[in-house]
Ligand binder design. Structure first.
Ligand code: FAD
Length: 279
């Protein structure tokens, strides 16, 4: 299947990309591994694409002012291979390694994944569990959006029409923080049927986020509260598992691959495994 006709512009700076974006019905092109398939399916028909894959200021991972900063154009493979990520955010390393296949990891970017907000994507659960903020810029200025405010619906986010994600900032976890990402993947695409990200801080606070289960990734406050501050033992883990998915303000999903009931079951199984991993 081929796309409808479109024009192509290559931006070499963020300013160039923003100027082009403000100038008609264009879309940013990062890795193209979500956008191009959706153009082939006619779900997206932009007049022109603005290729941002060569903008050097959108690349790289650094520690800055108490944050791990992952620039939006950093590929899944670059995250996988980052020593800083392996040391400070090991569950980002785990997640990067289970995204798609080598080609997808070499081209796809974290910024593209967050902007696309596929309900089965991995990064949304990770940025939620890690208390990340998402830095965005437009011609009107820049702002930071908390990950918990970023995902607003199926394939929809708090991003404004002409905004571009520049970076994802994650507070450097205190020493002794433990993390886990557990995923039940679709056997063909490797998208998450269920993904569960857990971050356990030394003071007993636990962040829990799910992807794949609902129309968008979410933090599970009920499960977090059931287990927070407790010794992670069989009883507290069971309390979290029992509390999980209750009272959430999201619609749960079922499809040909996994019914809603099965996804809910898997979510609890993968939460338990993730809690065991950080215990
Ligand atoms: C076969 C296959 C398997 C896959 N498996 C997985 C998987 O297991 N897990 C998973 O999470 N994902 C998976 N993906 C998706 C993959 O990770 C994509 O690369 C990712 O979702 C999108 O990143 P991209 O850089 O390719 O973005 P693009 O496709 O270039 O763009 C996606 C959307 O984001 C917008 N965009 C891109 N960059 C920015 C930016 N900086 N600011 C604002 N908007 C921006 C674009 O305009 C577009 O609307 C898979 C894809 C394929 C084709």
């Amino acid at each position: 299947m081929i796309t409808v006709e479109f024009d192509y512009k290559k931006a070499t700076t963020v300013e160039e990309a923003l100027a082009a974006l403000a100038n008609g019905d264009g879309k940013l092109l990062a890795g193209g591994y979500s956008l191009v398939p959706s153009m082939k399916l006619r779900l997206s028909q932009p007049e022109f694409l603005i290729d941002i894959s060569s903008i050097s200021s959108l690349k790289g991972i650094q520690e800055e002012d108490g944050f791990i900063v992952i620039r939006a154009g950093t590929t899944h493979a670059e995250i996988l291979n980052s020593a800083l990520i392996q040391e400070k955010l090991p569950f980002f390393h785990t997640a990067a390694g289970v995204i798609g296949d080598v080609q997808v990891r070499n081209r796809g970017t974290i910024g593209g994944s967050l902007a696309h907000a596929d309900p089965a994507a991995d990064w949304p659960a990770l940025v939620l569990a890690a208390d990340a903020v998402i830095d965005v810029v437009s011609r009107n200025g820049s702002r930071s959006i908390s990950a918990t405010d970023f995902f607003t619906g199926l394939f929809s986010t708090a991003l404004g029409e002409n905004e571009l994600i520049t970076a994802i900032r994650i507070p450097v976890p205190p020493a002794g923080t433990r993390t886990a990402y557990m995923k039940f993947e679709h056997p063909a695409s490797r998208f998450a049927i269920v993904g569960c990200a857990v971050m356990r801080f030394p003071d007993g606070k636990i962040n829990i986020a799910f992807t794949g289960v609902a129309e968008y990734a979410f933090r599970d406050k009920g499960a977090e509260q059931a287990v927070a501050g407790n010794t992670l033992d069989a009883a507290s883990m069971d309390a979290a598992v029992n509390a999980a998915l209750q009272g959430q303000d999201v619609s749960f999903m079922g499809d040909n691959f996994a019914s809603e009931e099965y996804r809910r079951h898997l979510a609890k199984v993968y939460l338990k495994r993730a809690l065991q991993a950080v215990a």
